[in-house]
Structure formats: C-alpha cells, structure tokens
Ligand binder design. Structure first.
Ligand SMILES: CC(C)(COP(=O)(O)OP(=O)(O)OC[C@H]1O[C@@H](n2cnc3c(N)ncnc32)[C@H](O)[C@@H]1OP(=O)(O)O)[C@@H](O)C(=O)NCCC(=O)NCCS
Length: 333
C-alpha cells in the first residue's frame, strides 16, 4: 500500500499581534432613545452602553478589516506575503458569495492564501482563534490572520426597543503564528441549535426577495432568555477553559469576554469568582455590541492603555446567535 506524507506543524501557536479599527462616528444614547421610547438612563443601567460607533458609508466591512489587519501585521512583525490563511468572522458581509476574506487578502497584498469567512456570530472570532491554532499546529498554515468585523448598523431596526441601542460597528484582527511555548489554550466550544430562534435575521433572503418593500432584513432578538443564558451557562464554559488550560482564576491576569452587556460581564466575573486582581475588559460602554469584532477591539484597547501586557494570560468567552459559544485562554502578545 502506498503511504503519503502527513502534514507537520509547529509545536505551539500564539497571537503575535493585535490591531483594530473604530469607526469615526460616535452615536450617543440620546440619538436613539426617541424612536424606541427609552432613555439614556435605562440604556446605561440595563446594558452599560453609553455610546457606540457606527460606520460612515466609506467605512465598509472591507475598509475596516484592512485597517485592523494592517495594524495587527505590523505589530506582529509579519509581512503580508507570510500570511497563509485569512479567516474573517462576520455576519454583516452583505453578499452570500464570495466570502469577503478573499478580497481582504488581495487588498492586503498577501500571496494568494487560503481565505474564507466564518459564520459563528458573536463567537466567530474565538472560533477563528481555535482554527488558526489548530492549522498552525497541524501544519496547514504558518501564519493565520483572524479578523472579526461587523457593520451591524446596516442590520439594525432603529425602532426595535430590544436591539436598536445594542448593536454597533468596528473591526479587530490578530496574527496567529508558531510559538515555542503554548500561547493558545484548548478551546471549549459548542452550539445549542434548538434555541436558534432567540437571535436571528427577521426574514431569510429568499423570502426577502419578494418582500423588498418592507426594507432590509434586520437582527431580531429575544433579549431576556439570551441574557440569562449568557450570564449563567457561559460561566461554566469559561471555567472549563481555565481548567483545560491548566490554570486557576488566581493565575488569570485579564478577562476579555464578548461585549454584549455590562451586566453579563459582571455576572460572569462573579460566577467564576474572578479575584479583584483580574483586569476586566469593559469596552462595551463606548462601543456597544460589535459581535465578532468585540473581543479583539477590547483586547487591543487593554494593550494600548497598558492594562494588558505581553506574557499575561487572558480568558476569552464569546457567545451569540446559533446559539453558539467558544472560550479559550490565550497569552497576551
Ligand atoms: C436587551 C436587554 C438589555 C434587556 O434587558 P432586560 O433586563 O432583559 O430587560 P427586559 O427585556 O426583561 O425588559 C424589562 C423592562 O424594560 C422594558 N424595556 C425593554 N426595552 C426597553 C428600552 N429599550 N427602553 C426602555 N424600556 C425597555 C420592557 O418593556 C420591560 O418592561 P416591564 O418590566 O414593564 O415589562 C438584555 O436582555 C440583554 O442584554 N440581552 C442580551 C443581549 C445580547 O447580549 N445579545 C447578543 C448576544 S451576542
């Protein structure tokens, strides 16, 4: 029998550099409250959101991705030609096909890498981190660019009380590459498809094709069950990610959860009994919920502000439409 060569990869993988892009237009709560009969105070108390960023027409999914990716590559010290794979986590690329990853890869000047999109909603970036780590350790790629990007303002119904103040825009990116020591812990991920209707596009594209007069499809969410699920079930997932990485909460330096609601962030930290010493990302106050972009945006900010430093450990937990989730411990680049 003929045998074929098996792929061989690096011993370990780690994040080499982070970059992000924040859209220029700041949208305070005051701008949204009238259409949803709400108040700045209600939004702040219930969600922790003070303002968010919405992209201008020029700040496209492609443009924001390229800006975040260039910054990540520069900080990683990795040239575009060294990127073997581009993964883009997004739900707001408006074409069914092709994936936006290919045109982003081309604009970045990469050398024809594998490039495709990940559809795992707010957890897409953490899915990408896990895939990148496995590709590098399995020998399929040496450097992987993982981008989380959204323009959720395009998919938001400004008259929907449950979502109008939540969703926002932005991009974050990392370069993942080979490492001599472990830099990305085992992923804990999964799905609960029986609860798919809790967060969903209000109408599928096929139906929308014959109902164009009703306006663009938008994201619809049954917020309270999602809130309860995220606050309780995700703490167990986070704990499992710590356990599988072989560290305790005392050994954790930073907590960078998906930025969905400040009360969810606080509930997770409480349930997981994170000590006071753990630095917690709270980017949601200024950025709202940017879905797949929220974790790299928040991590980049913590690094820029000197709150997260190279070599520290950070726990990612992401969850969202599907329902889907993914968590892992990483080492800060
Ligand atoms: C949306 C969310 C902030 C709402 O907070 P909540 O505490 O669950 O609030 P509820 O939906 O139970 O509503 C509580 C009350 O506020 C009212 N309310 C709802 N939206 C409101 C708004 N925008 N402004 C003012 N009042 C509002 C409701 O009518 C209800 O009033 P009632 O008590 O008189 O019936 C919260 O559910 C949430 O953050 N969910 C998860 C969001 C999320 O993370 N989604 C993405 C996952 S990736």
């Amino acid at each position: 029998m003929t045998t074929i060569s098996a792929p061989t990869g690096a011993a370990h993988a780690r994040i080499l550099g982070v970059g992000s892009y924040r859209p220029s237009r700041v949208v305070p709560n005051a701008e949204l409250v009238e259409a949803i009969d709400s108040s700045d105070e209600w939004i702040r108390t219930r969600s922790g959101i003070v303002e968010r960023r919405w992209a201008t027409p020029e700040e496209t999914v492609q443009m924001m991705s390229v800006a975040a990716a260039r910054s990540a590559m520069e900080r990683a010290g990795v040239e575009p030609a060294e990127i073997d794979c581009v993964l883009v986590a997004t739900v707001s690329h408006m074409r069914q096909t092709p994936a936006i990853a290919t045109s982003i890869a081309a604009e970045l000047g990469t050398d024809h890498p594998a490039a495709f999109d990940i559809s795992a909603a707010c957890a897409g970036f953490c899915h990408g981190i896990s895939m990148a780590s496995d590709f590098i350790r399995g020998g399929s790629a040496r450097h992987v660019l993982v981008i989380g990007v959204e323009r959720l303002s395009d998919l938001t119904n400004l008259h929907d009380r449950g979502t109008a103040f939540i969703f926002a825009d932005g991009a974050g990116a990392v370069v993942v590459g080979p490492s001599e020591t472990p830099g990305i812990g085992p992923v804990v991920w999964g799905s609960e498809g029986e609860r798919a209707e809790l967060i969903t596009q209000n109408v599928d594209w096929l139906t929308w094709g014959t109902a164009a007069e009703k306006g663009l499809p938008y994201l619809a969410m049954d917020g309270n069950p999602v809130f309860r699920w995220a606050s309780f079930a995700m703490a167990k997932i986070g704990q499992e990610a710590l356990d599988r990485a072989g560290i305790t909460a005392d050994q954790l330096d930073c907590f960078v959860p998906h930025q969905a609601n400040m009360r969810i962030i606080d509930a997770l930290a409480r349930s997981m009994k994170l000590p006071e010493s753990v630095k917690i990302a709270r980017d949601i106050a200024e950025m709202g919920n940017t879905s797949a972009a929220s974790i790299p945006l928040a991590l980049d900010r913590m690094i820029a502000e000197g709150r997260a430093t190279s070599g520290e450990t950070a726990l990612f937990i992401a969850f969202g439409a599907g329902l889907v989730y993914a968590a892992q411990v990483i080492v800060v680049p």
